[in-house]
Design a protein. Structure first.
Length: 93
């Protein structure tokens, strides 16, 4: 679950309004465009479908990606929207 402060950050809400998507879609798009694998979580199949449709409807510009990269989170800590854990010692057999 994303902290409300990040979902409501002025830059994120500005981009969400620009692309007519919700704030979570902006953060998911940012991660995807940085080649970070994401697994969005929802209990609602309709919400999962809506997330996928939103992500197909826009792409952040290089300047917008950089703006999010440079976000000042004012001391916000913890998992914001992803974990960068490396996959190690996984056996898929």
């Amino acid at each position: 679950h994303l902290p409300a402060a990040l979902l409501e950050h002025p830059l994120i809400t500005k981009l969400a309004n620009k692309y007519s998507v919700d704030s979570a879609a902006i953060l998911l798009a940012w991660a995807l465009q940085h080649d970070i694998a994401i697994i969005p979580k929802s209990r609602s199949p309709s919400r999962i479908h809506a997330n996928a449709q939103q992500l197909d409807s826009f792409q952040l510009s290089p300047d917008e990606l950089s703006s999010i990269d440079d976000l000042n989170l004012d001391g916000m800590t913890g998992r914001l929207c992803w974990r960068r854990d490396e996959l190690r010692n996984l056996d898929f057999d």
